[in-house]
Design a protein around this ligand. Structure first.
Ligand code: B12
Ligand code: SF4
Length: 511
């Protein structure tokens, strides 16, 4: 038998919208197998032209098929592929991993297309499982594994947090990296990277605390820079999108990464790095300077709300003033902020009380954003309706308020798949009205999008035809006038301009 493993990264986006990027999860679970001489083949819709045919051909003599899944459409796409694979190779086991099955392992394993579930990081345990399947060995000792034998389900104890010091680097060579590069605001050739797992905090809407139990483990600064240097030299990348849940937990590690990037003259930009405002506001001026000099261009932060009451309700452990302090620091050091706000929390069982709370949430968040806009007009605000994901403490709260949720893996595959579905759902739960949900989307996609100065230049660069460029400039400037007026008056009714802009935007294929 060849030592061969097949991995599939399902498309996370519904309605034929194709996601593209590095399937980091699959690279991570392949590290030890690659080191030990296994042949690992990674498949994804954007990587393979004739996906089904290629995966079936490669499946012959493989030890297992591995599938990754977040809640939502990845499950649907994963199940579809698993069905095809099972039909052709009924004896080859199918292993699932990722956030959804980690949280709902006992439920997911009941599906006939799921033989094994790995809960939490698969870096170490997937290698152990593959070897156990190959040698027909025992599964009882593999931590973090849920599996079944006939009708009996075995749920082994949790695995300890991974230790990156003992791990081989991410094997980017397993994928066609050129096909995985993305265009971002800060680079033409941006590659995704992850340097830590977990987060010590406990935000009530987030699933981190369920999967990684508030632990945090990171790749050393030296190894991070070695990886980035390799990506820079081998693939000619110009930027890194950092996907850590919380990149900034350890200030010393961040400072060391920056110092090494500067010392080794690695001229790349790094952005998207997720951090908490309080944490970063406490960083020393030296670290901020190093971050700037080493190419940090954008920090992503969950600001969540301008209402202290809302922040306390979601256990954010953060003060509104810290958001302002952090914004001033980013302005001072010329680093862009991507804020994420949310609205529509399951506050009360009574619809009227929820409405009062939501109106207060909007008012305080708008007030805060006005203050932040005075500090800088270069930042980006995203505003989302709170959506309950299984496992998070607020999910249970939402259930106690009447949320109906799926009870099987198949059921979860179309859970809150599009904003429209989500809006209908939240309206049913009476936390937020359809009109408010639509306003939230309009703020993110249109009002805040246009008010961010960089959007104009980023979009302009994507248009090559001179006439189209000219048309774009006129339409954009007019829309910006309307948007600014709407924001100043806080008047968001009759959003015809929003619909028109969305139409032009889609037509011009700027998305
Ligand atoms: C990039 C990203 C996206 C990208 C791409 C998705 C992807 N999977 O790459 C996009 C933009 C599409 C996306 C969308 C969404 N995302 Co997202 N995303 C992320 C992010 C920031 C990084 C993912 C990543 O690459 N991680 C790096 C790899 C190495 O880690 P990993 O994926 O966890 O994989 C490890 C284990 O899970 C496991 N594993 C994973 N797959 C497999 C497979 C096998 C066979 C095995 C054995 C093990 C295994 O082993 C891996 C290595 O240890 C994570 C946060 C995070 N830090 O992971 C959120 C995260 C996954 N997203 C999340 C959410 C909520 C969403 C959205 C629902 C947000 C929204 N409201 O729209 C949508 C989903 C749309 C939908 N419903 O279909 C949640 C997951 C919640 C859940 N229940 O699934 C996370 C955890 C963020 C959070 N803390 O809340 N996301
Ligand atoms: S800080 Fe971010 S990653 Fe950490 S628990 Fe809160 S939302 Fe989740």
């Amino acid at each position: 038998m060849k030592k061969k493993v097949i991995l599939y990264f399902p498309n996370p986006l519904p309605y034929n919208r194709q996601w593209k990027g590095v399937p980091l999860a699959l690279l991570a679970i392949s590290r030890f197998l690659v080191r030990d001489g296994y042949q690992v083949k990674i498949f994804s819709r954007f990587l393979n032209d004739d996906l089904e045919k290629e995966i079936i051909e490669a499946g012959e003599d493989s030890i297992c098929l591995g599938i990754s899944a977040m809640t939502g459409f990845q499950i649907a796409d994963g199940l579809r592929l698993a069905k095809l694979f099972r039909k052709k190779y009924p004896k080859i086991p199918i292993v699932w991993g990722g956030w959804h099955v980690s949280i709902l392992a006992r439920e997911s394993i009941k599906n006939s297309l799921v033989d094994f579930v790995i809960r939490g990081p698969g870096d170490v345990v997937f290698g152990q499982l593959v070897k156990a399947i190959e040698s027909k060995g025992c599964f009882r000792q593999i931590k973090g594994l849920t599996y079944k034998r006939g009708k009996r389900i075995y749920h082994n104890p949790d695995q300890p947090m991974v230790d990156f010091d003992k791990m081989p680097p991410l094997p980017y060579q397993l994928v066609d990296v050129d096909k995985c590069l993305i265009n971002t605001e800060y680079g033409q050739k941006t590659v995704a990277y992850i340097s830590s797992y977990g987060c010590p905090f406990r935000c009530a809407f987030c699933v981190e605390q369920v999967v990684n139990k508030r632990k945090w483990s990171a790749v050393s600064a030296k190894a991070v820079v070695k990886d980035w240097q390799r990506l820079y030299k081998k693939y000619g990348i110009d930027s890194i999108a950092v996907y850590d849940s919380n990149f900034f937990v350890d200030e010393k590690r961040v400072a060391r990464i920056c110092k090494l990037l500067i010392k080794k003259k690695i001229k790349i930009k790094w952005g998207n790095a997720n951090g908490r405002v309080g944490q970063l506001a406490r960083y020393s001026p030296e670290t901020w300077k190093l971050m700037k000099r080493s190419g940090c261009v954008m920090i992503l932060t969950g600001a969540e709300s301008g209402s202290q009451q809302a922040l306390d309700f979601i256990d954010k452990d953060m003060k509104v003033e810290e958001i302002i302090k952090f914004t001033k620091l980013c302005k001072k050091y010329g680093i862009k902020i991507l804020y994420s706000f949310l609205v529509g929390l399951p506050w009360s069982k009574k619809a009227e009380e929820n409405q009062t709370f939501i109106k207060r949430e909007y008012k305080s968040t708008f007030g805060l954003i006005d203050k932040l806009l005075k500090i800088s007009d270069r930042n980006r605000y995203t505003y989302y309706v709170f959506l309950p994901y299984p496992g998070a403490p607020l999910f249970h709260r939402a259930v106690s308020l009447g949320l109906k949720y799926p009870k099987s893996l198949t059921g979860w595959s179309n859970y809150l798949m599009s904003p429209e579905d989500a809006f209908k759902k939240v309206e049913k739960q009476k936390w937020i009205s359809y009109k408010q949900a639509r306003l939230t989307a309009m703020l993110t996609q249109y009002i805040f999008g246009l008010m961010d100065k960089d959007t104009y230049y980023v979009l302009l660069e994507r248009i090559h035809n001179r006439l189209a460029k000219l048309l774009f400039i006129v339409v954009y400037k007019l829309a910006l006038l309307v948007v600014k007026l709407r924001w100043r008056l806080k008047f968001f009714d009759c959003p015809v301009d929003y619909y028109l802009f969305s139409l032009v935007y889609k037509r011009a294929k700027l998305v």
